[in-house]
Write a protein that binds this ligand. Structure first.
Ligand SMILES: Nc1nc2c(c(=O)[nH]1)N[C@H]1C(S)=C(S)[C@@H](COP(=O)(O)OP(=O)(O)OC[C@H]3O[C@@H](n4cnc5c(=O)[nH]c(N)nc54)[C@H](O)[C@@H]3O)O[C@H]1N2
Ligand SMILES: Nc1nc2c(c(=O)[nH]1)N[C@H]1C(S)=C(S)[C@@H](COP(=O)(O)OP(=O)(O)OC[C@H]3O[C@@H](n4cnc5c(=O)[nH]c(N)nc54)[C@H](O)[C@@H]3O)O[C@H]1N2
Ligand code: SF4
Ligand SMILES: [Mo]
Length: 732
């Protein structure tokens, strides 16, 4: 339990103190700490603990208030750059995971009948270690792999465990999230992301990215401020998403064709000499080749492909030129080109090049290449990295453009099916329900000789495992500090809010340390989580106790400065209009039109997915408080356009069959003007098939059931929207 206990009186003072500390940076919190050292402990104590949300990868910082050991209130921390003083509904709802009646409480082993039985930790460790040793002896450490969702402690401990065993095969969920985006952008500019300065921009275009659905509170606030400041904000989306409340214009587009829009807008800028020629000449390589390659990509050509009128494309390009350099295309995350189509990586590349034409890099209102804070070098030999594995990450050869920090987890799935991978560990990952076709993945992962899943509740992936290891919920554990980036780099930390609720659950640092010991590589884990956290924080002049007091510390001295000349971390040290690596990987050296590979046959609709503001992936649907909202508003319903519905004799809320070669299911549908004809949208959080999740089980359709198993050439993503469906009224 936290020692950061404060009285009700000091809580009020403390909130102001936290805001003040944030405003002037971390140099001030010594004084804040001193003020609180004087507070006497008394009765009626409210404990206030700074921690990080775990309901999505934004990990917003908040203050948890605990009365008599019970969580009573959450308030977003103003000094945390992702929260900026607010949490989203998921942050509140997901805090109830600690008290979920469906929590895993003991280590489980699947017996010969395929039924899970509770076993001791010692037995679990011993048996897993024996199987790990047998796999390494027989096939080498390269036959082992890990899939994890990057979380502060999990990504450190789980990956270190894999490395210590000698395996290079650590994957993230990227193949079903933003692998193509990050990898494509990297080919162009040598960094995987940027921050669009929406609030100061004259114009920002969002391509399949919705701040008000795929929420991060600080981004919602920035969009609102930008819109109120008069920024021209454009939402390119086959769906009129909820960010459209802060949009100047909704531009509906045929799914999978964003590349054609970006190439045509680029073509307009180049042809009419509306681009920043000086910037391009000074920073770019291969521009003439790209200009020639897209010479035929006119607005009229793109109209045919995208369904966007040529004069709209022409106008948007001219508006961009007018607004530049206070303008950019937002980098996006997942929706349109994170992992969706055969052309996702190439779309990402083209978007980065378009921003280069605007000359908007690091300009006020433009696209900012911000940096991240990081821990410095740790001197203590106990923290030295295990020897680098001899092998290379599986998939590097097949998908050479996939960012090595993520890898292609779906290819790992294919390799499990092929018998190349023999043992897999999953941490905070529900791959079997969310990374590609679940039926394919269930079959593939069932081939493994050893499958170990660490989770807080039974998941589709855990159901397939040989061993399931129960973790404490995020509120019952402390984690390593998280170093983050943005306009002002920061470090934040998850502290333990609640006492451990189920005595036989453990935190991931303990689980992987003990697993490593059992597997004979314990020497790489000869430290406590707090010792490591302190060592990391010492390199930036902090320690665990002081960071705990404020939760997040910003580094204003490292803040982004407008006008800084960008450094292009590409092989040529330039913005690459042409990329040798892309050519080598079998793509065009410069991004040209690549069609999505799925063409709807007669009567079929393109399938798109997306986030509902109150749910995260597959992990929140079992929270009753959130599911109640979904049920009340019918948020699980697929969307179909009013025109298509009319043609099919479907009315709002009619029960319909949604089917394709992979799957068939029934659901009520939402008939709306807010989606383009020819497109069906399925919200991505539903259709849970785990009976042990008593709230989520059986509710709604699961979008991945309709997605065939296939992988984007060169980039390695799951092509999660290369799919079509047919829809008809039940009984029709
Ligand atoms: N069907 C579907 N598929 C998707 C998506 C979707 O929305 N729907 N979204 C896509 C995107 S953008 C992404 S980033 C990926 C995300 O993919 P994942 O990172 O795999 O996310 P989830 O599907 O939410 O699964 C997370 C799992 O971690 C468990 N978990 C939660 N908290 C803890 C904890 O504290 N400790 C441990 N050990 N486990 C915990 C949850 O119970 C759940 O089983 O999925 C992609 N695929
Ligand atoms: N509520 C909520 N917020 C989240 C998450 C969550 O699970 N739930 N997860 C977080 C994570 S890990 C991620 S990756 C982000 C994802 O954030 P986003 O990428 O914004 O999320 P999506 O909702 O998948 O996609 C955004 C929009 O893309 C549109 N779209 C689909 N196909 C196409 C297309 O072909 N072209 C165009 N132009 N648009 C298309 C969809 O209609 C949708 O409105 O959200 C983060 N925030
Ligand atoms: S955006 Fe919402 S769910 Fe994600 S970390 Fe922040 S509060 Fe939690
Ligand atoms: Mo994601």
């Amino acid at each position: 339990m936290s020692e950061n206990a404060i009285t009700r009186r000091s809580f009020l003072a403390g909130s102001a103190g936290v805001a003040a500390a944030a405003a002037v940076g971390f140099t001030s919190f010594g004084a804040w700490q001193q003020a609180h050292a004087d507070e006497e402990a008394g009765e009626g104590r409210t404990e206030a603990v700074h921690t990080l949300c775990n309901a999505c990868s934004s990990k917003c910082g908040y203050t948890a208030y605990v009365v008599d050991g019970k969580l009573t209130k959450l308030i977003g921390d103003p000094q945390n750059p992702n929260a900026s003083g607010h949490l989203c509904a998921r942050g509140y709802g997901y805090s109830q995971i600690a008290y979920s009646k469906d929590r895993l409480t003991d280590p489980l082993k699947k017996n010969a009948q395929g039924v899970f039985e509770a076993i001791s930790w010692d037995q679990a460790y011993a048996e897993i270690a024996e199987k790990v040793r047998a796999i390494i002896e027989e096939d080498g450490p390269d036959a082992l792999a890990l899939v994890q969702d990057p979380r502060p402690s999990g990504s450190y401990y789980a990956k270190r465990f894999m490395t210590a065993l000698g395996s290079p095969n650590s994957y993230t969920h990227g193949a079903a999230c933003n692998l193509s985006k990050v990898s494509g952008i990297t080919q162009a500019i040598g960094a995987g992301d940027w921050v669009s300065d929406v609030e100061n921009s004259k114009m920002t275009m969002f391509i399949g990215r919705s701040y008000c659905d795929g929420i991060r509170p600080s981004q919602v606030a920035a969009l609102e401020r930008g819109f109120e400041n008069g920024a021209y904000t454009v939402m390119v989306d086959p769906r009129c998403n909820n960010s459209t409340v802060f949009a100047s214009e909704w531009v509906p587009i045929t799914p999978g064709t964003d590349l054609a829009l970006v190439l045509a807008m680029s073509n307009v800028l180049i042809k009419n000499n509306l681009y920043d020629a000086d910037f391009v000449a000074a920073n770019g390589v291969g521009f003439d080749e790209w200009a020639a390659a897209i010479a035929e990509c006119t607005p009229a050509w793109a109209e045919e492909i995208t369904g966007i009128p040529a004069n709209t494309i022409e106008r948007l390009a001219a508006q961009f030129a007018e607004a530049a350099p206070a303008a950019s295309i937002e980098p996006s995350w997942r929706g349109a080109y994170g992992c969706a189509y055969a052309n996702s990586g190439e779309t990402a590349r083209a978007v980065a090049l378009f921003n280069t034409l605007l000359g908007c890099w690091n300009q006020p209102g433009g696209a900012l290449l911000t940096s991240s804070a990081a821990a410095g070098k740790l001197d203590d030999p106990r923290f030295a990295a295990p020897p680098k594995p001899e092998g290379t990450l599986l998939g590097t050869k097949e998908y050479p453009l996939a960012a090595a920090s993520m890898g292609s987890a779906v290819f790992a799935g294919e390799m499990a099916k092929a018998g190349v991978l023999k043992g897999m560990f999953f941490y905070n990952s529900n791959m079997a329900a969310g990374y590609s076709n679940p039926a394919y993945l269930a079959d593939a992962l069932s081939q493994l000789e050893l499958m170990v899943v660490c989770d807080v509740q039974m998941s589709e992936t855990a159901l397939l495992a040989d061993y399931v290891l129960p973790e404490t919920s995020y509120l019952e554990r402390a984690e390593l500090p998280e170093f983050g980036g943005g306009k002002v780099p920061y470090v934040a930390m998850r502290s333990q809010v609640l006492d451990v609720i189920h005595p036989n659950t453990k935190s991931c640092d303990q689980i992987f340390t003990e697993l490593a010991q059992a597997c004979g590589v314990g020497e790489y884990f000869d430290f406590t989580q707090e010792e490591l956290a302190n060592a990391q924080l010492k390199t930036v002049g902090l320690d665990v106790d002081s960071l705990r007091l404020v939760g997040t510390v910003q580094f204003p001295e490292k803040a982004f400065v407008y006008g800084t000349a960008p450094k292009w971390n590409t092989p040529t040290k330039k913005v690459q209009f042409t990329s040798e690596a892309c050519a080598k990987a079998g793509l065009s050296a410069c991004p040209v039109w690549v069609a999505p590979q799925t063409v709807p046959e007669d009567g079929a609709f393109r399938l798109v997915g997306g986030k509902e503001a109150i749910m995260t992936h597959t992990q929140t649907a079992n929270i009753p408080e959130l599911m109640n909202i979904a049920e009340q508003y019918g948020l699980d319903r697929p969307w179909i356009s009013a025109a298509d519905a009319k043609a099919l004799g479907i009315e709002d809320n009619d029960e319909c069959v949604v089917e394709n070669e992979q799957h068939s299911g029934t659901s009520k549908v939402r008939v709306t003007e807010r989606i383009s004809p020819g497109v069906v949208y399925i919200p991505s959080h539903f259709g849970c098939t785990v009976p042990e999740q008593h709230t989520a089980y059986g509710f709604g359709l699961r979008i991945m059931d309709y997605v065939p198993f296939h992988i984007e050439p060169a980039y390695g993503s799951a092509m999660t929207q290369e799919a079509t469906v047919k829809i008809k009224k039940v009984g029709a």
